[in-house]
Ligand binder design. Structure first.
Ligand SMILES: NC(=O)c1ccc[n+]([C@@H]2O[C@H](COP(=O)([O-])OP(=O)(O)OC[C@H]3O[C@@H](n4cnc5c(N)ncnc54)[C@H](OP(=O)(O)O)[C@@H]3O)[C@@H](O)[C@H]2O)c1
Length: 260
């Protein structure tokens, strides 16, 4: 029997003021964890935490700010006594267009938030708690990090590197700390609006499971990976995309529409 029971555990979810992070915070809280939600703004973190059914607080912390990350972990330990689960979810995509046209500013911002921050927060959580007591880290990657797409190459490079980082840390922090990633397809959030808002029917039609993702689709996988139900899973990247990586499903449905 699969049980996702996080009673007595504490989770930090970065970038949890909305979207996948907020849904993940709710899923972890529903499973019994105390949850710390971060945002760049204290107000937004507070508002998000107040919407969680369960034990939750908000902490303002820029994902790349080392002092802010350290403060967040300190507050978590003071308030809840442990940091058992870390969801490195904060992400950004400031750079649309060809890879070859990117400048250093956009490159650095993308890599700082999407790649350096997960490493930074994992290190701080390891030093403060997980190194001695164990834990579970989940990084929010993307199916973009497993393939190629026009115009979001820089973002996808950061996510491909995050998948590599996940495996590297799974080895370096073994056996006490499990490190996994989720790789969502197109999910209904603000960050991904350019990928679905103007053409949701088209994207849904081409997807094997006939819809785009909802934040809760990713959140339940994060809660699973955080839990003892995933006790022998580390270094993995779980694709959650409704079958989008399989390619355009429409051509394959001809048989079904003919009643074959
Ligand atoms: N949606 C998709 O289709 C999709 C697909 C694959 C992967 N992902 C990944 O999923 C993760 C969550 O994104 P989302 O789609 O849920 O987007 P979203 O709804 O726009 O949420 C992004 C979250 O990240 C926070 N954030 C952004 N930059 C931050 C920073 N520097 N420090 C701290 N927090 C920061 C935002 O908080 P504030 O603005 O309040 O600071 C917000 O809570 C990202 O890593 C993204 O790359 C999304």
């Amino acid at each position: 029997m699969i049980t996702v029971d996080l009673t007595g555990r504490t989770a930090i979810v970065t970038g949890a003021s909305r979207g996948i992070g907020m849904a993940a915070a709710q899923a972890l809280a529903t499973a019994g964890a105390a949850v710390v939600l971060t945002s760049r703004k204290q107000d937004a973190a507070d508002v998000a935490a107040a919407q969680i059914t369960g034990n939750a607080i908000g902490v303002g912390a820029h994902a790349v700010g080392e002092d802010q990350a350290r403060r967040c972990i300190d507050i978590t330990l003071e308030k809840f006594g442990s940091v058992d689960i870390l969801v490195n979810n904060a992400g950004t995509n400031p750079a649309y267009g060809p890879m070859i046209a990117q400048d250093h500013g956009r490159f650095a911002k993308t890599m700082d938030v999407n790649l350096w921050a997960p490493l930074l927060w994992t290190r701080l959580a390891t030093e403060a708690w997980m190194g001695e007591h164990g834990g579970s880290v989940i990084n929010t990657a993307s199916i973009g990090g497993l393939g190629h797409e026009a115009d979001i190459g820089l973002y996808n490079v950061s996510k491909a590197a995050l998948i590599y980082l996940t495996k590297q840390l799974a080895l370096e922090l073994s056996p006490a700390i499990r490190v996994n990633a989720v790789a969502p397809g197109v999910v209904r959030t603000k960050l991904a609006e350019a990928l679905w808002k103007e053409h949701e029917n088209e994207v849904s039609g081409a997807t094997a499971l006939a819809r785009i993702g909802e934040p809760e689709d990713i959140a339940s996988a994060i809660a699973f990976l955080a839990s003892d139900a995933a006790a022998w899973i580390t270094g993995e990247t779980m694709v959650i995309d409704g079958g989008q990586r399989l390619g355009d499903a429409r051509a394959y449905r001809k048989g079904a529409s003919l009643g074959v």
